[in-house]
Ligand binder design. Sequence first.
Ligand code: NAD
Length: 344
Amino acid sequence: MRLSRLFGMASRRIAIIPGDGIGPEITDAVLRILEAAGFEAEYTFLEAGQPSLDKGGPAMPDATVQAIREIGVALKGPTATPIGKGHVSANVTLRKKLDLFANVRPTRTLPGVTTPFSERDLDLVIVRENTEDLYAGIEFMPTPDLAQSIKVITRGACMRICAYAFDMARKQGRKRVTAVHKANIMKMSDGMFLEEFYKVAAQYTDIKGDDIIVDNCCMQLVMRPEQFDVLVTENLYGDIVSDLCAGLVGGLGLAPGANIGITNAVFEAVHGSAPDIAGKGLANPTALLSSGLMMLRHIGEHAMADRIQAAVLSVLQEGKRTTRDLGGSASTTEYRDAVIAALG
Ligand code: NAD
């Protein structure tokens, strides 16, 4: 029995947002795997996305934001945002309100997952600025035939995200940080991002800092992805490049992420609510589970995270009980049970 139980101490609290589409199925699978591994926490289930909208509330209710602020750590399923109309993104609201400025998305070659890049041994991290850029959501139509979106870039946010990227690189023993930008066209906004990047780079003489234009970066990522170590970028480029990187290592079912702020952290997969497969038992919970492992490491549970990761890797390596996105035929729950069995 844990000491916290023995002495009646409050256990660790974690906020859970199951989210929309495949969110509830993969969240359930992840929580069962964490439980099977012996992870103990008091979960607070919070509403966001469709369940809140159905009750006439906003996609990201203030009460949910406030609860995460108090609890400090959340595991979040995906939330859907309508295209070209409708409500503001729940994610964008949460990231802005909690100032979750760094979106950290690792890309790693996984054993047993065959892709055109399987032999490249990829291990790179995207650090995406998460609070501004075109995601500021400032749009207007001065005339019915003219739509304008404002790209907001502040010097402080550029400096903060670049410092985060270099600091993370140093802590993880990484050797190179590359700024991804389009400063040849957006000379002021991306130009300022680049200016701040090199100011920060000058403080980290042990790490190589360089830059690449985003279109070239995309080409390089599919030609020679192994050359990259850490990519730091603004919000929109980071969003697009991280889906590209997910594709390099087996798809969105595998790509984890973390939204990090000064006092709060929200862990969620790169993927969305996958409405095409929702409710069919086909979703791969690995991306959310790996986000959960990032969460465990964030709260200091490294041994627990290592143990669950080893179980996931052994199931992927064996390749017999993987989900359909990886060429297998296992359902979400069959894969979950395979991971639990592999925990030993
Ligand atoms: P998506 O990521 O939901 O799906 C893209 C493709 O990947 C689909 O074919 C889907 O079936 C597949 N896929 C995604 N996750 C998978 C998983 N775990 N296992 C197996 N296959 C998986 O992207 P989309 O269809 O463009 O977006 C759907 C909705 O999700 C939109 O409303 C969008 O706004 C939202 N979204 C939310 C987040 C988030 O909450 N963080 C992120 C991206 C998109």
